[in-house]
Design a protein around this ligand. Structure first.
Ligand code: 3HC
Length: 309
């Protein structure tokens, strides 16, 4: 990189300026953002599947309408994020191909099955709760389009989080069977939610450049600590038990969790989770079924071009 341009860029970051699509930026800054934003978009796109499976089986019209609205929001979040990545020069075709061929990642959390209706509530509480912590941090990101997308996404996630909490609180205060369903969902979603926020800082190779250039404003462990400190008291208040026998508070009031099974995390990230194949098949099938729409748009666009000539 041109040292003078790099110095000027880093001075802009230090001043807290937003970097916009047409601005000069280091190639690595651009590469890191395309990696992170496209995988964030893939997470939203795949993330629709665990909850989508319950839309036809929601226990009431009200719950069905809320769930439809939430899944629709996730699709919209995916769109914002794919567009943010496109402002950096990535194309939708390249990003989609990277996802569908397994070269790109999406959040590990979505490779776990949503086994009961209580899972839908626990996903809202824990997964969207973790996403809000992470995305609130990213709203301060130095890249303008990403940071602005986060502002809109966080406001919608807040609704997702609240509806999940409302559901779980109803079941935790309901019949013994409902309480057991809520506890079973917590038992299965707690640890994957901690893993969702990424490896420990010392095992996070991307955090260095991301924090140097103001893309990530807090480390994986900082965001995880915020998440745990917020949700442990609330889940205990709801009468649920956190499935971590080592969990305790330190002298600073921080909740300290037991060891995370990172071998499970990497197994899931590398394709060996319970639902990886199902999720990728669903996304590949949807892409194949949608081919006629892309062809029709292509035909329309080329005819419009001919008409313009
Ligand atoms: N799932 C899958 N892969 C993960 C992961 C996870 N939970 N956490 C980390 N990884 C991958 C990283 O992508 C990286 O691999 P790569 O270099 O091939 O991309 C590798 O593990 C090492 O991790 P790092 O900590 O070095 O990676 P990052 O610095 O990028 O940190 C992150 C990981 C915290 C997830 C960060 O990428 C991030 O903040 N991304 C944006 C937010 C996001 O993607 N959230 C996903 C959930 S979206 C969601 O929850 C939707 C909501 O509506 C429910």
């Amino acid at each position: 990189e041109d040292p003078a341009k790099l110095a000027a860029f880093e001075a802009r970051i230090a001043r807290g300026e937003k970097i916009e699509p047409g601005d000069w930026m280091p190639a690595e800054y651009r590469r890191q953002l395309i990696r992170m934003i496209s995988q964030h978009a893939h997470s939203e796109y795949v993330g629709m599947l665990p909850e989508g499976a319950w839309i036809t089986r929601a226990p009431s019209l009200r719950r069905k309408m809320i769930l439809i609205a939430k899944v629709q929001d996730e699709a919209g979040h995916g769109q914002y994020l794919y567009h943010a990545a496109e402002t950096l020069g990535a194309t939708r075709e390249e990003m989609m191909d990277a996802l569908l061929t397994g070269r790109a990642k999406y959040s590990s959390i979505f490779n776990y099955p949503s086994l009961t209706w209580a899972d839908v509530g626990m996903i809202g509480w824990l997964v969207d709760g973790a996403a809000i912590r992470n995305q609130t941090m990213l709203a301060g990101c130095s890249y303008g389009p990403y940071s602005r997308a986060m502002v809109r996404i966080c406001s919608e996630e807040t609704f997702h989080h609240k509806q999940g909490k409302e559901m779980i609180l109803a079941y935790a205060n309901g019949t013994p069977k409902q309480r057991a369903m809520a506890q079973d969902a917590l038992d299965r979603w707690w640890w994957p939610s901690l893993m969702m926020l990424g490896p420990h800082d010392q095992d996070s190779p991307n955090s260095g450049p991301l924090m140097k250039w103001g893309i990530k404003l807090k480390s994986n462990d900082e965001v995880r600590q915020e998440f745990i400190n917020e949700h442990v008291p609330e889940l205990q208040e709801a009468g649920l038990t956190i499935p971590d026998p080592d969990l305790h508070q330190d002298e600073h009031g921080n909740w300290v969790h037991g060891p995370i099974d990172w071998s499970e995390f990497w197994r899931v990230v590398k394709g060996g989770g319970q639902c990886n194949k199902e999720r990728m098949d669903a996304r590949n099938d949807a892409h194949a079924e949608g081919a006629w729409v892309r062809e029709a748009m292509q035909a329309y666009a080329s005819r419009a071009l001919q008409a313009a000539d």
